[in-house]
Design a protein around this ligand. Structure first.
Ligand code: BTN
Length: 235
């Protein structure tokens, strides 16, 4: 897939770019689309959380049809993880070095800079990305403007750079290569954490995109975003 295959539709305001992509898809919108909004009135994150979306930051969603994706991406957790790796690469290109908090938060120095929401609707995937560019609406978040101070990239530039990196990365289906990269950028790797009431140790990412934690002697792999909280974040 090429960027030129995608129709980029821009709005000043939307409830949620995820919902607009879904509406367009329901109206039989055949093409590949990316929907961008200057701000959202009902932006949402994972686990039904609100994603505050004031003007100045980047909010977009893209529609991917399953037939355009290698099974590799749709069978496991790899789609959101590869979106995450693409965001890391794009941010590294502007000298902002981040880590991935499994499964899909982008963290800069312990604060959240971006989030990814992948939703499956029948035979389509809606990939949503929010990057805190000008504002960080909550205490545990940070914005690019705070990190960079000057030389801020334009929102359009961030979007096209993301699409370039992400579409290139969709060609890589070597799970060990992806696993290796994820492990080298995993937030909290080799640290102690709480998983529910249990004290665990974060070991790394499995070759199918799960999070491996060590609970006593027992190694367990998590596949959904159950809450694992780093101990040092509680101190
Ligand atoms: C998360 O960290 O929980 C995921 C946040 C995803 C936010 C983006 S902003 C663009 C798209 N539209 C939404 O309503 N959500 C996603």
């Amino acid at each position: 897939m090429l960027i030129s295959d995608f129709e980029i539709i821009k709005y000043d305001e939307l409830d949620s770019t995820q919902d607009e992509v879904y509406r367009l898809w329901r109206q039989n919108h055949k093409s590949k689309i990316v929907v961008l909004a200057k701000h959202q009135t009902a932006g949402r994150g994972r686990n039904k959380k609100v994603w505050e979306s004031p003007e100045g930051s980047l909010y977009f969603s893209m529609l991917l049809h399953s037939h355009d994706l290698d099974n590799f991406f749709t069978e496991q957790l790899f789609l959101p993880l590869v979106v995450g790796l693409s965001l890391l690469e794009l941010l590294k290109n502007i000298r902002v070095n981040c880590l991935i908090k499994w499964p899909n938060d982008i963290i800069y120095e312990d604060k959240k800079l971006a989030g990814v929401l992948c939703e499956k609707k029948d035979d389509a995937y809606i990939v949503g990305v929010g990057i805190n560019v000008m504002t960080a609406p909550i205490d545990s978040a940070i914005s690019l403007s705070k990190i960079l101070k000057a030389d801020m990239p334009k929102l359009d530039h961030l979007l096209t750079s993301f699409l370039e990196v992400f579409l290139r990365r969709l060609n890589c289906t070597n799970k060990f290569e992806i696993q290796k990269e994820l492990n080298s950028f995993l937030y909290g790797k080799n640290e102690k954490a709480f998983f529910g009431n249990e004290l665990v140790f974060i070991q790394g990412i499995s070759d199918d995109g799960g999070l491996i934690i060590l609970n006593g002697e027992k190694s367990v792999t998590l596949y959904s975003g159950e809450k694992v909280t780093l101990i040092r974040k509680l101190l």
